[in-house]
Design a binder for this molecule. Structure first.
Ligand code: ME8
Length: 599
């Protein structure tokens, strides 16, 4: 049931890239070429299913408008989806809205709307946000859809037929905000705003209530050892490590059977239990099945389901790493390939909340700082292992430094008509970069070539493990090295009347454009619009932007370069306009003097 071939493939691909990187600074040997071909074959001889990839975000509650955290999960998954597409995978990317349950029923009541109209309205806000932020999901599921209702009822019947659901009586604590049952040790005392003593969930801080009712129970307690076997046999099943350990720790504690329905009299807004209209299916069981619904369950689903990867926030880890695998084991279905967990965004060091008035509106920010700007910031600053604090000033400083000045400045320099009057991808002169390092290039330049050559493998490894910030750190380091290369050789001081100087000038620009081509290609999953602008300016066609096209500086390896002599793209506009500090005045992105000058 637990399959590992995909991980083996990834490792093999990494092996190819490792071989490539170590061999770059020395002439290519026939043995290296042979090994490269052999390893490539291992990568391409994959069965059709092994080229499928399925990534999901949580489906979001529609009791309130989307906030920054929701966009963050969507951007992480979108980045992975785009990366897999670049690698030639068939990738399915699902997101959507979680529309059933007591919380939604109460929110609709409070808004004076019927639940479905209320859900439709808020669900549309999520869709709109994702559309505005270049989230390229291939499916957007709403749990109120008929296809989902059928999947949930089918899934329930399978569990019931396998003897895993029984009628019982549940008595215990329940948090409506979290739609979660809690054991006494998970509950603590607190005071509400009027000073009244209340009980709260120690984990989320949300209020809990005592609940006693007849409902259906799932035999969760039977799955502890199977869950432990799964986790121990698949140390990458829950990532990062910190969260993997947390799940193992939970499994040391009591794992009571789980209530999986509510009495219809209390909860009408949900999927009825098959053959028992007096009971409504527990919203978490309903919600988790969305991942199967999108895969095509109960009909043909295995081609996607066997490749499932979930991106989730740390708040819902238990539901995904304990309940969900137990339900799947109970239904006789394969478990997800990996659960990628990320931490939370805070504001001013505090959890975002309406009452504190510190909720960050992602739509407004993406309009203010641009879509690519917000995507870049979230992925560059977001660290899966620990919480990050959001601050507008930080956004402006980071984007100005890394996208506008360093990357934009490099492109601007290398394509400026003063240095490149013919506006072409100039020629590379091998004599300037001889492999015995006796030409005009210095040792630092060769180190830069090595770094850029190995960059795709480094970035791929970080994308795979969803440490996107590390990928961006690596790209940023190389961009700085390339800027240093240009700065070191001051091409603007070379004598164009001298043919040797002209060849060296062309080589400097050729190498720099090759670096930029690699950066633009690797950054596509993060900043799709900016990458498109960059690659178009370099004259790189759509079909030349895949991972397979990342063949850095082929002329140095004695191969032809398809770009040499090609006309640059005509859009010479600023790559990323500098933003004004929020303190200096609010509003749209502002082109400052420096940005105007770069043009
Ligand atoms: O839990 N920082 O929905 P939800 C980062 N419907 N990410 C955050 C965040 C923050 N401050 N706040 C929320 C639900 N998120 C269920 C999920 S899935 C079958 C059902 C993100 O609207 C993060 O991914 O409360 C978190 O897990 C999710 O939004 C919770 O969204």
């Amino acid at each position: 049931m637990m399959r590992i071939p995909y991980l083996c493939i990834v490792r093999n691909c990494k092996a190819v890239q490792r071989v490539q990187q170590s061999a770059f600074s020395t002439p290519i040997s026939p043995q290296w070429n042979q090994q490269r071909i052999k390893l490539r074959c291992m990568c391409t001889h994959l069965s059709k299913n092994d080229r499928n990839y399925y990534i999901t975000t949580p489906i979001f509650y529609v009791n309130a408008s989307p906030h920054l955290g929701h966009l963050y999960s969507a951007v992480i998954a979108d980045c992975l989806h785009r990366y897999k597409l670049l690698q030639g995978f068939n990738s399915k990317f699902a997101t959507g809205t979680d529309e059933h349950g007591l919380k939604i029923q109460q929110a609709a009541d409070a808004a004076g709307k019927d639940p479905l109209s209320f859900c439709t309205e808020v669900s549309e806000r999520f869709r709109h946000l994702f559309r505005s932020c270049s989230i390229s999901h291939t499916d957007f599921i709403r749990t109120t859809e008929q296809r989902h209702r059928l999947a949930v009822q089918h899934f329930w019947s399978v569990l019931q037929n396998r003897g895993l659901i029984y009628k019982g009586s549940y008595e215990g604590w329940y948090s409506t905000q979290d739609e979660s049952f809690l054991t006494p040790t998970q509950v603590g005392d607190a005071l509400d705003s009027s000073g009244k003593e209340i009980k709260i969930s120690l984990e989320s801080g949300h209020r809990v209530e005592w609940m006693k009712e007849e409902n259906y129970m799932f035999r969760l307690s039977e799955f502890r050892s199977q869950l432990l076997d799964w986790l121990r046999g698949n140390p990458e099943a829950v990532q990062p490590e910190r969260f993997y350990q947390a799940v193992l720790q939970w499994l040391q504690e009591d794992l009571p059977d789980l209530s999986v329905s509510r009495q219809r009299s209390r909860l009408q807004w949900g999927v009825p239990v098959p053959d028992d209209p007096e009971q409504t299916i527990y919203v978490w069981l309903d919600a988790l099945v969305n991942y199967l619904t999108v895969a095509g369950y109960p009909d043909k689903y295995d081609q996607w389901w066997n490749e499932a990867h979930h991106v989730v926030g740390k708040d819902i880890l238990k539901f995904h790493a304990i309940y969900w695998p137990s339900f799947l084991l109970g239904a006789g279905l394969p478990l997800p390939q990996a659960i990628h967990v990320h931490s939370h965004w805070t504001v001013g060091g505090k959890k975002m909340s309406k009452s504190l008035g510190n909720v960050v509106d992602p739509l407004e920010r993406s309009q203010r700082f641009t879509t690519d700007g917000m995507r870049y910031f979230l992925l560059r600053q977001g660290v899966p292992d620990s919480d990050c604090d959001y601050n507008d000033d930080k956004v402006v400083k980071l984007l100005n430094a890394e996208l506008a000045d360093t990357l934009g400045g490099l492109l601007n320099r290398c394509t400026a008509p003063s240095l490149n009057p013919a506006q072409v991808y100039p020629s590379f002169c091998p004599d300037s970069f001889p492999s015995d390092q006796s030409g005009r290039a210095v040792a630092e330049d060769y180190r830069m070539l090595d770094a850029v050559k190995s960059l795709p493998a480094v970035v791929a490894q970080h994308y795979e493990s969803m440490h996107v910030y590390k990928a961006l750190e690596a790209v940023g380091g190389c961009v700085r090295q390339t800027n240093g290369f240009v700065q070191r050789h001051t091409p603007w001081k070379l004598d164009r009347g001298d043919s040797k100087d002209q060849r060296w000038l062309d080589t400097i620009i050729h190498v720099s454009l090759e670096c930029l081509r690699i950066y633009g290609t690797l950054l596509q999953p993060i900043v799709p619009e900016t990458s498109n602008k960059l690659l178009s300016r370099l004259g790189v066609q759509r079909g030349e932007r895949s991972w397979a096209a990342l063949n850095f500086l082929p002329r140095y390896q004695g191969m032809d370069c398809p770009f040499e002599g090609r006309a640059l793209g005509s859009d010479s506009g600023v790559l990323f306009s500098r933003l004004e500090s929020p303190n200096a005045g609010k509003g749209k992105p502002i082109k400052t003097k420096k940005a105007a000058k770069l043009r």
